[in-house]
Design a protein. Structure first.
Length: 230
Protein backbone atom coordinates (compact mmCIF):
# COMPACT_ATOMS: atom_id res chain seq x y z
CA UNK A 1 0.00 0.00 0.00
CA UNK A 2 1.20 3.51 -0.80
CA UNK A 3 2.47 5.35 2.26
CA UNK A 4 2.04 9.10 2.71
CA UNK A 5 3.69 11.13 5.46
CA UNK A 6 1.77 14.28 6.42
CA UNK A 7 3.43 16.91 8.60
CA UNK A 8 1.76 19.94 10.20
CA UNK A 9 1.75 21.47 13.68
CA UNK A 10 -1.92 22.48 13.34
CA UNK A 11 -3.96 19.46 14.45
CA UNK A 12 -7.04 20.54 12.51
CA UNK A 13 -5.04 20.75 9.27
CA UNK A 14 -3.33 17.45 10.07
CA UNK A 15 -6.74 15.80 10.50
CA UNK A 16 -7.85 17.08 7.09
CA UNK A 17 -4.66 15.81 5.47
CA UNK A 18 -4.97 12.39 7.05
CA UNK A 19 -8.63 12.07 6.05
CA UNK A 20 -7.96 13.17 2.45
CA UNK A 21 -5.16 10.64 2.06
CA UNK A 22 -7.11 7.82 3.68
CA UNK A 23 -10.07 8.54 1.42
CA UNK A 24 -7.74 7.84 -1.52
CA UNK A 25 -6.77 4.50 0.00
CA UNK A 26 -3.30 5.54 1.16
CA UNK A 27 -1.61 4.39 4.34
CA UNK A 28 -0.94 7.54 6.36
CA UNK A 29 1.69 8.44 8.93
CA UNK A 30 1.57 11.84 10.60
CA UNK A 31 4.01 14.11 12.41
CA UNK A 32 3.58 17.49 14.08
CA UNK A 33 7.02 18.95 13.32
CA UNK A 34 10.09 18.42 11.19
CA UNK A 35 12.03 16.45 13.76
CA UNK A 36 9.26 13.89 14.04
CA UNK A 37 9.05 13.80 10.25
CA UNK A 38 12.71 12.81 9.90
CA UNK A 39 12.22 10.04 12.46
CA UNK A 40 9.20 8.76 10.53
CA UNK A 41 11.15 8.80 7.27
CA UNK A 42 13.97 6.81 8.86
CA UNK A 43 11.65 4.27 10.49
CA UNK A 44 8.91 3.84 7.90
CA UNK A 45 9.89 5.03 4.45
CA UNK A 46 6.98 6.96 2.88
CA UNK A 47 6.36 7.26 -0.85
CA UNK A 48 5.50 10.98 -0.62
CA UNK A 49 5.77 13.60 2.11
CA UNK A 50 3.30 16.48 2.45
CA UNK A 51 4.69 19.07 4.83
CA UNK A 52 3.75 22.47 6.13
CA UNK A 53 6.48 25.11 5.92
CA UNK A 54 6.07 26.93 9.23
CA UNK A 55 6.50 24.53 12.15
CA UNK A 56 8.30 24.54 15.51
CA UNK A 57 11.58 22.70 16.22
CA UNK A 58 12.33 22.04 12.55
CA UNK A 59 10.44 23.71 9.72
CA UNK A 60 9.50 22.30 6.33
CA UNK A 61 12.33 24.09 4.54
CA UNK A 62 14.90 22.58 6.88
CA UNK A 63 13.48 19.09 6.41
CA UNK A 64 13.62 19.52 2.64
CA UNK A 65 17.18 20.86 2.81
CA UNK A 66 18.42 17.99 4.99
CA UNK A 67 16.89 15.35 2.76
CA UNK A 68 18.27 16.82 -0.44
CA UNK A 69 21.73 17.42 1.02
CA UNK A 70 21.84 13.75 2.03
CA UNK A 71 20.95 12.70 -1.53
CA UNK A 72 17.41 11.62 -0.62
CA UNK A 73 14.98 12.13 -3.53
CA UNK A 74 11.80 11.51 -1.53
CA UNK A 75 8.99 13.37 -3.34
CA UNK A 76 8.04 16.42 -1.27
CA UNK A 77 4.99 18.66 -1.48
CA UNK A 78 5.20 21.80 0.64
CA UNK A 79 2.13 23.60 1.96
CA UNK A 80 2.78 27.32 1.64
CA UNK A 81 1.03 30.54 2.57
CA UNK A 82 -1.18 31.87 -0.21
CA UNK A 83 0.03 35.42 0.45
CA UNK A 84 3.72 34.59 0.65
CA UNK A 85 5.17 33.52 -2.69
CA UNK A 86 8.64 33.88 -1.16
CA UNK A 87 7.93 30.54 0.54
CA UNK A 88 7.48 28.82 -2.78
CA UNK A 89 10.53 30.46 -4.34
CA UNK A 90 12.69 29.33 -1.43
CA UNK A 91 11.21 25.84 -1.50
CA UNK A 92 12.09 25.58 -5.18
CA UNK A 93 15.68 26.47 -4.43
CA UNK A 94 15.80 23.75 -1.75
CA UNK A 95 14.51 21.05 -4.08
CA UNK A 96 10.83 20.58 -3.23
CA UNK A 97 8.85 18.84 -5.97
CA UNK A 98 5.61 20.78 -5.73
CA UNK A 99 3.60 23.29 -3.72
CA UNK A 100 0.00 23.74 -2.64
CA UNK A 101 -1.14 27.01 -1.09
CA UNK A 102 -3.12 27.20 2.14
CA UNK A 103 -6.06 27.16 2.44
CA UNK A 104 -5.82 24.27 0.01
CA UNK A 105 -8.19 22.19 -2.08
CA UNK A 106 -7.88 18.51 -1.14
CA UNK A 107 -8.77 17.68 -4.76
CA UNK A 108 -5.80 19.65 -6.04
CA UNK A 109 -3.53 18.26 -3.34
CA UNK A 110 -4.42 14.64 -4.09
CA UNK A 111 -3.93 15.26 -7.82
CA UNK A 112 -0.39 16.49 -7.08
CA UNK A 113 0.29 13.47 -4.87
CA UNK A 114 -0.85 11.08 -7.61
CA UNK A 115 1.36 12.84 -10.16
CA UNK A 116 4.40 12.31 -7.95
CA UNK A 117 3.45 8.69 -7.36
CA UNK A 118 3.16 8.08 -11.11
CA UNK A 119 6.69 9.37 -11.57
CA UNK A 120 7.96 7.05 -8.86
CA UNK A 121 6.22 4.05 -10.40
CA UNK A 122 7.76 4.80 -13.78
CA UNK A 123 11.23 4.97 -12.20
CA UNK A 124 10.72 1.59 -10.52
CA UNK A 125 9.30 -0.19 -13.55
CA UNK A 126 11.64 -2.76 -15.08
CA UNK A 127 9.20 -4.20 -17.60
CA UNK A 128 8.65 -3.27 -21.25
CA UNK A 129 6.92 0.01 -21.88
CA UNK A 130 5.61 2.08 -24.76
CA UNK A 131 8.21 4.73 -25.52
CA UNK A 132 6.87 8.26 -25.94
CA UNK A 133 9.78 10.34 -27.19
CA UNK A 134 9.84 14.00 -28.17
CA UNK A 135 12.94 15.43 -29.85
CA UNK A 136 13.70 18.99 -30.87
CA UNK A 137 17.26 19.83 -31.82
CA UNK A 138 19.57 18.78 -28.96
CA UNK A 139 16.59 18.23 -26.62
CA UNK A 140 15.20 14.73 -26.08
CA UNK A 141 12.20 14.10 -23.82
CA UNK A 142 11.01 10.68 -22.68
CA UNK A 143 7.49 11.34 -21.41
CA UNK A 144 7.17 7.91 -19.80
CA UNK A 145 10.24 8.17 -17.59
CA UNK A 146 10.04 11.97 -17.30
CA UNK A 147 13.61 12.18 -18.53
CA UNK A 148 14.90 15.28 -20.29
CA UNK A 149 18.26 15.21 -22.05
CA UNK A 150 20.32 17.99 -23.55
CA UNK A 151 23.16 16.79 -25.78
CA UNK A 152 22.49 13.24 -24.48
CA UNK A 153 22.97 14.31 -20.86
CA UNK A 154 20.03 13.96 -18.45
CA UNK A 155 18.82 16.80 -16.26
CA UNK A 156 17.58 16.32 -12.72
CA UNK A 157 14.11 17.87 -12.74
CA UNK A 158 11.12 18.00 -10.44
CA UNK A 159 7.71 16.99 -11.82
CA UNK A 160 6.70 20.61 -12.38
CA UNK A 161 10.00 21.45 -14.07
CA UNK A 162 9.65 18.45 -16.38
CA UNK A 163 6.15 19.46 -17.38
CA UNK A 164 7.29 23.02 -18.06
CA UNK A 165 10.01 21.77 -20.41
CA UNK A 166 7.52 19.47 -22.11
CA UNK A 167 5.04 22.35 -22.49
CA UNK A 168 7.72 24.49 -24.12
CA UNK A 169 9.14 21.84 -26.44
CA UNK A 170 5.71 20.73 -27.67
CA UNK A 171 4.96 24.36 -28.63
CA UNK A 172 8.16 25.79 -30.14
CA UNK A 173 7.89 29.43 -31.12
CA UNK A 174 4.56 29.93 -29.32
CA UNK A 175 4.42 32.57 -26.60
CA UNK A 176 3.05 31.07 -23.38
CA UNK A 177 1.80 33.34 -20.62
CA UNK A 178 2.81 32.59 -17.05
CA UNK A 179 -0.72 31.47 -16.22
CA UNK A 180 -0.83 29.16 -19.24
CA UNK A 181 2.55 27.66 -18.39
CA UNK A 182 1.46 26.76 -14.88
CA UNK A 183 -1.88 25.42 -16.12
CA UNK A 184 0.03 23.09 -18.47
CA UNK A 185 2.55 22.15 -15.80
CA UNK A 186 0.18 21.53 -12.91
CA UNK A 187 -3.00 20.49 -14.63
CA UNK A 188 -5.27 22.73 -12.56
CA UNK A 189 -6.30 26.35 -12.25
CA UNK A 190 -4.52 27.15 -8.99
CA UNK A 191 -3.24 30.71 -8.79
CA UNK A 192 0.53 31.15 -8.90
CA UNK A 193 2.35 34.47 -8.51
CA UNK A 194 4.30 35.67 -11.54
CA UNK A 195 7.57 35.68 -9.61
CA UNK A 196 7.15 31.96 -8.88
CA UNK A 197 6.87 31.17 -12.59
CA UNK A 198 9.95 33.31 -13.15
CA UNK A 199 11.75 31.30 -10.46
CA UNK A 200 10.85 28.04 -12.20
CA UNK A 201 12.15 29.36 -15.52
CA UNK A 202 15.32 30.70 -13.95
CA UNK A 203 16.00 27.30 -12.36
CA UNK A 204 15.39 25.54 -15.67
CA UNK A 205 17.79 27.83 -17.46
CA UNK A 206 20.48 27.20 -14.84
CA UNK A 207 20.04 23.45 -15.12
CA UNK A 208 20.36 23.53 -18.90
CA UNK A 209 23.37 25.85 -18.62
CA UNK A 210 25.19 23.32 -16.42
CA UNK A 211 25.30 21.12 -19.53
CA UNK A 212 25.63 23.84 -22.17
CA UNK A 213 26.74 27.28 -20.97
CA UNK A 214 25.43 28.85 -24.19
CA UNK A 215 21.88 27.51 -23.75
CA UNK A 216 19.36 30.21 -24.72
CA UNK A 217 16.28 28.37 -25.96
CA UNK A 218 13.90 29.74 -23.29
CA UNK A 219 13.21 33.29 -24.40
CA UNK A 220 11.53 35.99 -22.31
CA UNK A 221 8.81 37.90 -24.18
CA UNK A 222 8.42 41.13 -22.24
CA UNK A 223 4.86 41.71 -21.10
CA UNK A 224 3.64 38.38 -22.47
CA UNK A 225 5.50 35.40 -20.99
CA UNK A 226 8.02 32.95 -22.43
CA UNK A 227 8.62 30.90 -25.55
CA UNK A 228 10.92 28.14 -26.72
CA UNK A 229 13.06 29.40 -29.58
CA UNK A 230 12.91 27.22 -32.67
Amino acid sequence: MTRILVVDDDQSVLDVLVMACEDEGFEVTSACDGQQALVCIANTRPDVMISDVNMPKLDGFSVCRRLRESGDDLPIILLTSRDNDIDEALGLELGADDFVAKPFSTRVLMARVKALLRRQEIKKSDGPRQVDLLELGPIRIDAETMDVQLNEQSLSLTVTEFRLVEAFVRRPGIVLSRDRLMELARGDDSIVADRIVDTYVRRLRRKFETIDASFDRIETVIGAGYRWKR
